[in-house]
Design a protein around this ligand. Structure first.
Ligand code: DC
Length: 240
């Protein structure tokens, strides 16, 4: 009996990790773990207790006992904070503004890393997406992918998102912010962004989303296609 396949997708913001991970998971009939949603859920908890998200002790105090989980029975999975569905609330503007502070706190990261490993034990057929999944959380995952894109492309994608939300944007300001954030990200002490050793790097700059997913599917089938077929043969899930 085979007991699972974890596929990790790391990379900076603006490479389309979440959408691509979700499409890949659907194609391969795997569960998909959106780890950013977990950081967002704890940010919501901190904000709803009125504490500063830049105060590590206060954030720790109000989030320490929280359980962040998912209801995988629905697609996309519902995000649960202490059993309560917070899927919509974690996408609010204020959560988006504060989440990077919360994600920088070491105790928060340590707890969520453990929670992510627990989820993978319960859902071992998994595509998991987030900046540290292959580098820190699942360094022995059989398939580790690192998505990248040129900063100009990531800035343009971000601008398109903001314009679609009705905001006015200056692309050069966004590009400067991305370059600054990349430098901070790579150098930060807790959870720096880095390409996992041995990861397959896919530059998405000149690819459509479908082309990226095609490429990832080819990589996954080449590496663990046999295991996916075995799972199919055991009747657990269809495998296209
Ligand atoms: O992908 P997202 O926008 O939902 O991520 C929210 C924030 O959490 C973003 O600041 C990146 C951070 N994050 C992280 O530090 N580690 C992860 N594994 C996932 C997200």
């Amino acid at each position: 009996m085979i007991d699972g396949v974890v596929i990790t997708i790391d990379g900076p913001a603006g490479t389309g990790k979440s959408s691509v991970a979700s499409m890949l998971a659907s194609r391969l009939v795997l569960d998909m773990l959106d780890t950013g949603a977990m950081y967002r859920a704890l940010t919501l908890q901190a904000l709803s207790h009125g504490v500063s998200t830049q105060d590590p002790e206060a954030v720790d105090r109000v989030t320490r006992e929280c359980i962040v989980d998912f209801d995988f029975a629905v697609n996309p999975p519902r995000v649960l904070l202490d059993g309560r569905d917070v899927s919509a609330a974690i996408r609010s503007q204020s959560v988006t503004e504060h989440v990077s502070h919360v994600a920088a706190h070491r105790p928060v990261r340590e707890r969520l890393v453990l929670a992510q490993r627990r989820i993978a034990t319960a859902h071992p057929w998994l595509v998991t997406e987030g900046r540290d999944q292959g580098s820190v959380v699942f360094p022995h995952a059989p398939v580790r992918i690192y998505l990248d894109a040129r900063p100009e492309v990531r800035a343009r994608r971000r601008c398109e998102q903001l314009v679609a939300q009705g905001e006015r944007v200056d692309e050069s300001v966004i590009l400067a912010a991305i370059i600054r954030r990349d430098a901070l990200d790579a150098g930060r002490a807790t959870g720096p962004l880095r390409c996992p050793e041995g990861a397959k790097v896919v530059d998405t700059s000149d690819l459509t989303q479908d082309q990226v997913v095609d490429r990832l599917e080819t990589i996954v089938r080449a590496m663990v296609g046999h295991t996916l077929q075995q799972r199919h043969a055991q009747g657990a899930a269809p495998c296209a």
